[in-house]
Design a protein around this ligand. Structure first.
Ligand code: SAM
Length: 347
């Protein structure tokens, strides 16, 4: 179908029953990952999607065109680990040409970033998130089960040189594991012109990998930052240039005598949830459209595309958005989350 036909069918906007405008898609390009972070994936026995069921580049582009016709302007490429998808750079180049898509960003564990930072930036990735849960090599190997922090740090340096608009360092906050490093991770990011963010751990996969006692809350994170800089004042902030399309709330340390703003973000799905401002949906690597990370419900756009084409995909997207829930039901004890993991819903 030609793009004008799709644009007409899209009708220009997606609003859910709560009146939330949906203009942001997290696009998973693979459910494979080269790490096995303990809060995200089991070490073994993972049921991967069959290769035949993974969306091809043509299918991804067709679905993204549909979203663009519905007013989606920003895409975040994620996974699994997106950099393990073969020819990712070529996919980015092609996504960049979809009319209506204004911004492409990418979330990565950084393992392959030293080689890929420059080509990804050149292909059109504007903003980058790199996961980094600890600066300690042994602890990093422990939490990722197979990661190499030196490699990730080299990847971050390559990304700094590559000229991304923002680079955020995403840390899943785990009590008893990295609470002692909150200040060091802030320093690491600030001293490199990067942006630290802390993520409250969520009970994905039926809460199997979630220990309630490990939940480090948004308030506890703020307290740890405040305690590390007692002479500074901690104030809410708009995030400045780091504010993307995402749900992080931002904070700033005002130092006595001024100086450069020291900002950080917190993604607090558990203790200070942001469902009322949710603007996103997630497309899994097999084309399942999840309107909410907190539930397993999905509409399979791959099947719709393969059988009925792009107009039917637009109708299916409308259907999924019309069933978007008001909010997730993650309980603080880890009860009530989805059966699926981040990698299968599209982290
Ligand atoms: N592999 C890529 C990465 O590392 O950014 C993209 C996918 S990963 C699932 C996206 C983010 O979700 C990572 O920062 C990861 O640490 C985080 N994550 C995974 N499981 C989580 C959980 N149970 N709770 C909170 N964050 C989680």
């Amino acid at each position: 179908m030609d793009i004008t036909g799709i644009e007409r069918a899209g009708g220009g906007g997606l609003t859910d029953p709560q009146g939330r405008r949906i203009d942001y898609v997290r696009l998973s390009v693979t459910d494979r990952c080269n790490y096995r972070c303990t809060y995200c994936m089991p070490e073994r026995g993972i049921d991967h999607i069959d290769r035949a069921d993974i969306l091809s580049f043509e299918e991804i582009l067709a679905i993204v065109r549909c979203f663009a016709s519905l007013g989606v302007r920003r895409l975040r490429i994620t996974g699994g680990e997106p950099t393990v998808r073969r020819d990712l750079v070529e996919l980015v180049r092609r996504l960049r040409t979809v009319p209506g898509i204004d911004e492409l960003s990418l979330s990565t564990n950084g393992h392959l970033l030293a080689e890929l930072a420059v080509p990804l930036r050149a292909a059109g990735i504007a903003r980058l998130n790199v996961s980094l849960d600890t600066l300690d090599a042994d602890k990093f190997a422990q939490i990722t089960r197979r990661g190499d922090v030196a490699r990730v740090r080299a990847g971050i340096e390559a990304a700094r040189d590559a000229g991304f608009a923002t680079i955020k360092i995403n840390t899943v906050a785990v009590k008893g594991f990295n609470d002692g490093e909150v200040a060091a991770l802030c320093d690491f990011a600030w001293s490199r012109g990067l942006f630290p963010r802390f993520i409250e751990q969520m009970p994905m996969a039926g809460g199997e990998m979630f220990l309630p006692g490990e939940l480090l809350s948004a308030q506890e994170i703020r307290d740890l930052v405040a305690a590390a800089w007692p002479q500074a004042r901690l104030v809410p902030d708009d995030g400045g240039g780091a504010r993307g399309a995402g749900p992080a709330r931002y904070w700033r340390l005002d130092m006595p005598g001024g100086g450069t703003a020291r900002r950080f973000g917190i993604i607090s799905a558990m203790t200070e949830h942001f469902c009322d401002a949710c603007n996103r949906v997630r497309l899994s690597a097999s084309g399942a459209l999840h309107a909410c990370l907190g539930f397993d419900d999905a509409v399979n756009l791959r099947d719709v595309l393969r059988s009925d084409g792009e107009l039917a995909v637009i109708a299916a997207i409308h259907l999924a958005i019309s069933a978007k829930r008001p909010g997730h039901t993650f309980g603080l004890l880890g009860i009530g989350g989805p059966r699926k993991s981040m990698i299968s819903i599209g982290g």
